[in-house]
Each structure stands twice: as structure tokens, then as C-alpha cells.
Design a protein around this ligand. Structure first.
Ligand code: FAD
Length: 514
């Protein structure tokens, strides 16, 4: 299992960096930043990169960016800001890879901590224990952890679909992907954290030590992934198949994630709306099991649902794995001619979104606004939700993937800050739209935002128990409703660990006390 070293969290934490001032560019709005003794590297210019994120809809300049080289650098800065007390408006935001969607990693006129520059002392692997783990900086990218783990014949178990994100960034949310039904989200797989609180204190925490802070940080942020001992030559056998009936699709998905199905390694799914190229949109390496029948299949304008599942295997086991997967598929009720399959290496599979990123970058389509909407929908509401949303609100769009897959709440750690629906099984539903500048009308930014607002309005009025993932709200009332029964404890922890609300201003939950 992984043990992450410095992490921070949206209520309580932040790491900070050190500072070396460039005295030619001193901030006039926060003179205290240049009268304090600095350690490390604090920059007041060329900081435009810290003013935006992947969502690309907010552009809010910080006063300074801190490039930390130790936990004490971070603690020093936060303590300095804390000691300014109510006389200052300064806030501090840890920034991972800046792939938030709504400005969560920004600190308008505050200090942004560039966590990726904090690499010291580097990854260390502990493999002697029964449960091996890695100790690493929260600013590390997951893709680097994957490569280093595999050199030792290890791998984290739980991932995100895209690996060019930092550990601190995904742990501040949850880290959910097609392995979560079996291994839980990434926040489940953390042994131990070192946290800098909003008071500037450095606290080591785990389930046994300072457990309240540990749970507070997880799902506001925290750590990651467990390792297991796979063979390093793992490949993935991927299958895709289509459904036209939503109930049949969800029945099969739920059957596959039931606890008796622990042999499956990955399960996701997506909605196919208004498309003709049916199965090869997200990945081109799929081949039909029966090419002749597949050729004759037509979507006829229907909304379809695509199941995507994977099983890991070693090359010498390919025959038995294929038989195992075939018998699994025989129990499912997908449209038979639409079964497609692919074999890819473990790394290529996990790093698949990066391939799309490269292509989009070549065409200047990566740095565009991303008005994404992510939801967690309880099983009891998924049919009502699908009827209104897929067949009405988004039925005319084909803008970006719409993911949908269930997870088992029993695999979720209790007591963290992360908010889930109440039920045992809930679905992640992700509308991953891109607003290409040349697009107007139904695929333009305004139209996508209007659709998102309709979805949010529908779910808030229908009382379906749906929660936002990567949440974003404008009012305290909405945050209180989001946290529900967890609000009181969340508030108590905030008051305890970050009483001046210095940290994570970009989440817009608590205003800076002044
Ligand atoms: P940032 O955007 O830099 O920061 C996010 C938040 O975390 C901010 O509030 C920031 O202050 C805080 N933070 C960052 N580092 C630290 C730290 N060290 N200590 C304390 N707080 C910190 N999510 C999933 O769960 N599953 C997916 O499959 C998935 N796929 C994605 C694919 C793409 C292409 C993108 C852009 C995002 C995806 N996400 C997914 C969402 C992603 O997990 C979050 O947006 C995540 O926060 C991004 O990580 P980051 O390193 O860019 O964090």
C-alpha cells in the first residue's frame, strides 16, 4: 500500500514552499510577503501559469507562486500567513497539475504552492512488508508512480482514467476509475499522511495516529493507491459491447460488480448519443468478435449504452483467461453483434487518455474550456435520471464522452470527508464536454453550460439523493446541502485545522476570516 508523505487538504492543509524574493517585483498588495524571512523560492513574476486550470474558464492571478523544497518551507509560509491573523486577506492554495475544472487550485491574490516542484526526497518503496507501499511527495504525477512501481514488479490497484494528475490533486477528491468497484477509490489506499494544517503545523496522521485529521484530509484530499504484486508483463484483455435497453445494461453492470465477481479487474461504461462511429471513438484498437455481423449493425439513431470491461493476464495464461472471460460474457445480455475486443499492455491501457491528449494538443483542442459535470447517482435513482437526462436534456448533443458505471459503497472507507450517496451501489456519471472555440449553437460553451444547469436543476428538484463529484457551488447553502449529515463534522474540522480559512480558497466553501 502506498504511504504518502506530504499532503494537504482542502480544509486543513497545504504545503507550502519556500521563497526567494525577486526584490524588483515586490507585491504592493501583500507587503508582508516580502518582509518575512524566506526559505526556498517565492516568485512574484512569470506566474500566469498558476492563474488558470484545465477547466479553462477562470483566470485569477495569485500574488506569488511558491516552489517548495521541504515540508518545513510549506509550514513556514502557512504559519506566517496564519500569524498575520485577521489583518490580512492572504490565502494559500496547493496546486498539483492544475487539472481542476472550476478554479479549485487557484488563489486569487494569494499564494499558490507549486507542489510538482517539491520532489525531495523522492519516491521510496517499502517492499519487505506483507503490504508493500510507496512513500512519496503529494506533488508526484501518477504516471511516474506507475513506471517506478512496475520496475519493482508492483502497481497501485486503484487509478484515475488519466495519470498526468498529482497524488495530492486526486486525493483531495477521491480518485475514481474502473477499478474502484473492487478496490475502492484512491483515498482508500492510503496508510499514512504528513499534513500541513492551516495553522502551519506539520502533523503525521493515519488510522491509528491523529485519525480525525487523517479522515478529514482524505476526500478533501489524500493519498493513494495500494500496490499488489503483479507480474510486470501484465496485459489487459478489453471487451466492449452495446446495449439499447438501459435496464439490461445496468443489470449487467451491477451483476459484474457484485462481490462474487472479484476476478474482473476493470469495469466502466459510456453512453452513445447521436453517434454513428459506434465503438471506436475512445480507442481505435478494438476489433469486432464477429466482423460480418458487426458490419450489419446500425444504431438507427438510438441512444446506446456501451459496457467496457477488462481482465489482466500474463501472456502464458492467455488461453485460460479467454475462456474465463467468454464464460462471463455468456451470462450477459448485450447485443451480440456488437462485441468488440482488444489486447493492450497494462501501461498503454492505464495511460490511454494521454494518447488522446497528444492528438488534441496537435490540433489545438486541449487548452479549450471544459465545462465538465460529474455526478454520483444512487442505484434507486439511476433509471429516472437516465430517462430525463439521456433521453431528453442531452439527447441532441455528441459533445464529449458521457461515462457511466457503478461502484460498491462497501469498498469505500468510512469517516472521510468525501461525500457519497447513501445507497450501497451508486453510479459515477461524467459529462466530459469540450467547448471548441469554433463551435457554436448546441456544442458551444454557453449551450453546454445551459445543459449542465438543466441537469443540476433537475436533480436538485427531484430529490434523488444525487451528489456532485469534484463539486462546485456558489453558496454556503448549497455546500451545506452537499455535505448533508457530514456538514457539522466538516465545519468542526475546518475550525480546528484551518480556523482562518487560509487554505484552498479556490474551493469557495469558506471565506477567508478577516
Ligand atoms: P489540482 O487541480 O492542481 O488541484 C485540485 C485540488 O486539490 C485543489 O483544491 C488543490 O488546492 C488541491 N491540491 C492539489 N495538490 C494538493 C496537495 N498536495 N495538498 C493538498 N491539496 C492539494 N478524477 C477521477 O477521480 N477519476 C478520473 O478518471 C479522472 N479523470 C480525469 C481526466 C482528466 C483529463 C482530467 C483533467 C481530470 C480527471 N479527473 C479524474 C479529475 C482529477 O482527479 C481532479 O481534477 C484532480 O484534482 C486533478 O489533479 P491535479 O493534480 O491537477 O490537482
Amino acid at each position: 500500500l502506498f504511504r504518502l508523505k506530504p499532503l494537504v487538504f482542502k480544509i486543513a492543509l497545504l504545503f507550502l514552499l519556500g521563497i526567494t524574493t525577486n526584490r524588483n517585483h515586490l507585491p504592493t498588495n501583500h507587503p508582508s510577503l516580502y518582509t518575512m524571512p524566506f526559505y526556498g523560492n517565492l516568485s512574484f513574476h512569470n506566474i500566469n501559469h498558476a492563474s488558470k486550470d484545465f477547466g479553462n474558464r477562470y483566470h485569477l492571478m495569485p500574488t506569488a507562486v511558491l516552489y517548495p523544497n521541504s515540508t518545513s518551507n510549506i509550514a513556514h509560509i502557512i504559519k506566517h500567513v496564519f500569524n498575520l491573523g485577521l489583518t490580512s486577506h492572504l490565502t494559500v492554495a496547493a496546486r498539483g497539475h492544475g487539472h481542476s475544472l472550476e478554479g479549485q487550485s487557484l488563489a486569487p491574490q494569494g499564494v499558490v504552492i507549486h507542489m510538482e516542484s517539491y520532489k525531495s526526497p523522492g519516491m521510496s518503496f517499502h517492499t519487505a512488508d506483507h503490504y508493500p507501499y510507496v512513500d512519496d511527495s503529494a506533488g508526484e504525477l501518477w504516471i511516474n508512480i506507475l513506471h517506478e512501481s512496475l520496475k519493482r514488479g508492483l502497481t497501485p490497484k486503484s487509478w484515475t482514467d488519466y495519470l498526468h494528475l498529482t497524488v495530492g490533486g486526486t486525493l483531495s477528491n477521491a480518485g475514481i476509475s474502473g477499478q474502484a468497484f473492487r478496490h475502492g477509490p484512491q483515498i482508500n489506499n492510503v496508510y499514512h499522511l504528513r499534513v500541513v494544517t492551516g495553522r502551519g503545523d506539520v502533523v503525521t496522521c493515519s488510522d491509528e495516529q491523529n485519525a480525525d485529521l487523517f479522515n478529514a484530509v482524505l476526500g478533501g484530499l489524500a493519498s493513494l493507491g495500494s500496490s499488489q504484486r503483479p507480474e510486470s508483463l501484465w496485459n489487459q484483455l478489453l471487451q466492449r459491447a452495446l446495449y439499447s435497453d438501459f435496464a439490461t445494461f445496468t443489470n449487467d453492470q451491477e451483476r459484474l460488480i457484485s462481490s462474487s465477481r472479484d476476478s474482473l479487474d476493470y469495469l466502466e461504461g459510456f453512453v452513445v448519443i447521436n453517434r454513428t462511429g459506434l465503438l471506436n471513438n475512445r480507442r481505435s484498437s478494438f476489433n469486432p468478435k464477429d466482423p460480418v455481423q458487426a458490419e450489419q449493425f446500425t444504431s438507427a439513431g438510438r441512444v446506446l449504452f456501451c459496457l467496457e470491461l477488462a481482465k489482466y493476464f500474463n501472456l502464458e495464461d492467455v488461453g485460460s483467461i479467454e475462456r474465463e472471460v467468454d464464460s462471463l460474457l455468456a451470462e450477459l445480455s448485450f447485443i451480440r453483434p456488437t462485441l468488440f475486443m482488444s489486447e493492450v499492455s497494462y501501461v498503454d491501457f492505464l495511460d490511454r487518455v494521454h494518447v488522446s491528449e497528444m492528438k488534441l494538443r496537435e490540433n489545438n483542442l486541449w487548452d479549450v474550456p471544459h465545462p465538465w459535470l460529474n455526478l454520483l447517482v444512487p442505484r434507486s435513482s439511476i433509471h429516472g435520471f437516465a430517462k430525463e437526462v439521456f433521453h431528453n436534456i442531452v439527447k441532441d448533443t455528441s459533445n464529449g464522452p458521457v461515462l457511466i458505471y457503478p461502484v460498491n459503497k462497501s469498498r469505500w472507507k468510512n469517516g472521510t470527508s468525501f461525500v457519497t450517496p447513501e445507497e450501497d451501489v451508486f453510479y459515477l456519471v461524467a459529462f466530459l464536454s469540450s467547448a471548441v472555440p469554433s463551435s457554436a449553437g448546441k456544442d458551444g460553451l454557453d449551450a453546454i453550460l445551459a445543459r449542465n444547469r438543466r441537469i443540476v436543476k433537475f436533480i436538485s428538484e427531484s430529490n434523488m439523493g444525487i451528489k456532485q463529484y469534484l463539486p462546485h457551488y456558489n453558496t454556503t447553502q448549497e455546500w451545506i446541502a452537499h455535505f448533508g449529515a457530514k456538514w457539522e463534522i466538516f465545519l468542526r474540522r475546518k475550525m480546528l485545522y484551518d480556523p482562518l480559512a487560509i487554505l484552498a480558497p479556490g474551493q469557495r466553501i469558506f471565506p477567508r476570516a478577516n
